[in-house]
Design a binder for this molecule. Structure first.
Ligand code: NDP
Ligand code: 2IT
Length: 450
């Protein structure tokens, strides 16, 4: 291994942040081809600087539950890199949130945002709050308490948060209301806003749609297409729902959904209208989908199984992991391959383990679309929302969707051509990482030491 890469990674290993180390290892190892030919990055200590967030804030969040009791959580904002624009990245509310997880997400975001070609830096935030089982009023009080502190850190040209796991349109609404009350500003500081008050059409759909646009472009390059492909999708939240919707529009058939309790195998194809009703309206579980589908007249029964790891055991042509990190292990990758799967497009952030990625990249007849390229459509459309807010306009759904499609095609071709240039033809992981890195690193050099 390149000595520079080795020394930076060895140093990081001392931090005892395994998830961040995994994300950093994936990126930094894949940069070897450019680091060994262009010494300026080492001379300017680019890697050493990139792995340290510019600023990290950890704060106390105190909120009152419905019984009148005070509760506490830890809130975070990791402002990783402002080389290319204001910090930009989502907020995650999940009990597993800690600094390690948010550093991995913020680090990924730097390169993802760079790949979009838009002016956005990288950041991430959230809290170890568990929205499950909370009442509407508790969710509102938590969001308001969280924003009471976060508002001091963010702004339309400094740091623009959005959603992620556990944070959707409802939470963004409560946080925007509080932000406005505290600062008096009605601006584009949060993205993923409601359509009646500054949100962008197609933002809700953007990550899933974008991931399918990317997969389509990848398959086209190999002379194939999505038409008729059977796809396994994990998760049942924002990314999964709109991945499935767009897969069906492209003539593919998505046959699975999952959550942290279990998964559904619906061989006839997931019913998107029913899925939206259960997840977006009723805020139910995938087990409710299976129950509803079984009782619906004239529709074939779907199977529900508890436990999540089975989602990768169904026969399929392609897989779209769209739930969370490390949800696709080496064993899962081998099972998918054995059962006929020939491509994976990552909708979630870092869903595949390093070993699974290594296996997938080693198969000559397999196409792998890495997360920071394939799921960049969400943040790209967030930036389109910022553009609309800054000019006080709202574009049509078609206009935004066309721009999103063009951005995803561009990310694919940029990643593909960069891999080819560095003699790793077909390796989109290397291509995406180098292309994303180069722009940020060059901006850092030109902006001097800070
Ligand atoms: P949601 O909160 O809408 O949905 C998350 C889904 O993943 C739920 O079905 C949830 O199940 C499941 N899930 C979460 N954690 C786990 C776990 N530990 N084990 C099994 N299932 C789990 O989030 P999103 O759809 O927005 O996000 C999904 C992924 O996509 C994340 O990795 C996120 O970082 C990434 N992403 C999101 C973008 C966006 O625009 N929203 C943009 C780019 C990436 P349960 O309800 O049981 O928790
Ligand atoms: O991981 C991601 O890219 C997101 N959660 C979306 C971030 C954003 O600012 O829209």
């Amino acid at each position: 291994m390149n000595a520079y890469v080795n020394s930076v990674l060895n140093n990081l290993a001392n931090y005892n942040q395994p998830v961040f180390l995994q994300a950093a290892t994936e990126v930094i190892r894949s940069l070897e081809p450019i680091l060994s030919t262009q010494k300026k990055y080492e001379e300017h200590a680019i890697l050493e600087r990139l792995v340290i967030p510019e600023k990290t804030t950890i704060f106390r969040v105190v909120w009152i539950d419905d019984a009148g009791k005070a509760n506490t959580n830890l809130g975070y904002r990791v402002q990783f890199s402002s080389a290319l624009g204001p910090y930009k990245g989502g907020l995650r509310f999940h009990p597993s949130v800690n600094l390690d997880v948010l550093k991995f997400l913020g680090f990924e975001q730097i390169f993802k945002n760079s790949l979009t070609g838009l002016m956005i830096g990288g950041g991430k935030g959230g809290a170890n709050f568990d929205p499950k089982g909370k009442s509407e009023a508790e969710i509102m009080r938590f969001c308001q308490a969280f924003m009471s502190e976060l508002a001091k850190l963010i702004g339309a040209t400094t740091d623009v948060p959005a959603g992620d796991i556990g944070v959707g349109g409802r939470e963004i609404g409560y946080m925007f209301g509080k932000y406005k009350q505290i600062t008096g500003h009605y601006d584009g500081t949060l993205t993923g806003k409601g359509l009646k008050w500054g949100g962008s059409l197609a933002r809700t759909e953007a990550t899933g749609y974008g991931c399918v646009y990317f997969a389509d472009e990848m398959l086209k390059k190999a002379g194939q297409g999505l038409q008729g492909k059977v796809c396994a999708v994990s998760g049942s939240g924002n990314v999964a729902i709109y991945t499935i919707e767009k897969l069906h529009a492209f003539g593919a058939r998505a046959v699975t959904i999952s959550d942290s309790s279990g998964f559904v195998y619906d061989k006839a194809g997931i019913d998107v209208a029913l899925l939206k009703e259960i997840k977006e309206v009723q805020r139910g579980r995938v087990s409710d989908y299976a129950k509803a589908k079984k009782s619906a007249e004239f529709t074939p029964a779907s199977k529900y199984k508890s436990g999540t790891n089975g989602v990768w055991s169904v026969p399929c042509d392609g897989a779209f992991p769209s739930a969370t990190q490390n949800e696709l292990s080496l064993q899962d990758a081998k099972t998918l391959y054995k059962n006929g799967c020939r491509f994976v497009a990552e909708g979630a952030n870092m869903p595949s383990t390093l070993e699974a990625i290594e296996f997938m990249l080693a198969q000559k007849d397999f196409f792998f679309a890495p997360a920071k390229a394939a799921n960049a459509g969400g943040v790209a459309t967030s930036q389109l929302e910022m553009q609309q807010n800054a000019s006080m306009t709202q574009w049509s759904f078609d206009e935004v969707d066309k721009k999103l499609h063009a951005i995803m095609k561009n990310i694919f071709h940029n990643s593909y051509e960069t891999a080819k240039e560095f003699k790793y033809k077909g390796n989109l992981l290397i291509g995406a990482n180098i292309a994303g890195f180069q722009k940020v690193a060059d901006a850092m050099i030109e902006q001097g030491y800070c």
